[in-house]
Design a protein around this ligand. Sequence first.
Ligand code: 2M8
Length: 448
Amino acid sequence: MTITSAHRANLLAQARAVLDANWKAGFTVPALRQYPHQWSWDSAFIAVGYARYDQARAEQELRSLFATQWADGRVPHIVFHNADPAAPYFPGPAFWQIERSPHAPAGRYSSGIVQPPIHATAVRHIVRHAADRDRALAYAAEMFPRLRAWHDWLYRERDPRGEGLAYISHPWESGQDNSPLWDPVLARMALRPEQIPPYRRADTRAVDPAQRPLDSDYDCYIFLVDFFRQRAYDEGRIYADGCPFVVQDVLFNTLLCQAEQDMAELARLIGADAAPFNARAAATAAAINTKLWDEARGFYVDYDLAAGLAMPVPALAGFAPLYAGIPDAGRARQMTAYLGSPAFGFGPDAATGYPASSYDRNAPGYSPRRYWRGPTWIQMNWLLMHGLTAYGYDDLAKRLRGAIIDLPQVGGFREYFDPETGAGYGAEAFSWTAALLIDVLNGEPTDD
Ligand code: 2M8
């Protein structure tokens, strides 16, 4: 699976054009119509792409995100660069009301929840590929205290029992909004209409509702935001008052574990102490291995802290620990036996489609087009591709790399893809699809 240099140059130009169109003089929106603000983990993936050809933009992308970091260290999942954004997105600043929190930065606007912590990983990537290494090291030193405060917040505010696992308190915090992972937790919430504040969705104007979450999912999302703002985004109160969504998520903690490993490396590069980061990474890896491993199923499962229950749902995210080197070789073998099957779009021939579907194709509630309930996502492929390569599963890694390169050509630079046909769904001209294609193509050999 090699491509000619002319073909590669053409794809790179298309991908850069997507990022140029989404660049807003200082940050990049995930997609112009659907997501017209700055998202936390999107910006990290986008910086990974910029790092390959525009170091200044890569640096600026995360600098602008962290400019709205809260005084307590949290990095909000959306930054609104205007108080009253003209672009329709719901919920906007008027709904989040972050000014209720004493920790929210004055005169800035954001959501009050977070997303997976992959930012230190992105900064390390910027340093690794920097054209100007001295400047990149100065940048790492500039970002280092902010990244540390962010991780400190997660371990301080989201790990009340000191287990080494940070919990998430909203499906949006997982990045996988309507994954079947959350179905049992949301069903248990059993909301009454009077508990849900009035609201109107904006996400189904530009995208077919059949490719988006259900209204009943949105009711839960909005109820939770209301629950948080009523408690001034005070994590202690939110937890003590019985927040119904408290989940120790595999993907989130895997990315935290890898980010702590990357902090250790950044510390070494700038002459700081790496030991505390290595210690936290090891504690989180151990906790993932003890608490979240499901021996019978052969993959990792989330834990519902509110109900005290393991969540054995066959989502692709259950294989994420490969990315941070968490499973031993035996577990990796067990995991790849299932992951590398037609259930996730791997199979003996191309007829099985485009791996890896975000959810087992044979499991109840699978949909090839409804967002996080089956479609293939480029950033999940990118994470797993790295994990599988590190464990020596080169054939599976190659399939994922192939899908990252093929899908934008088959379905366009879309947000997600039909794992069976490659058709593109969701937002058009989607930034991380372009950014991670750029990253992968830079490591791809050409046949001329
Ligand atoms: C999606 O989530 C947002 C809410 O944060 C939404 O649906 O409005 C998710 O796919 C998430 O992972 C992503 O960061 C965001 C922007 O691309 O969109």
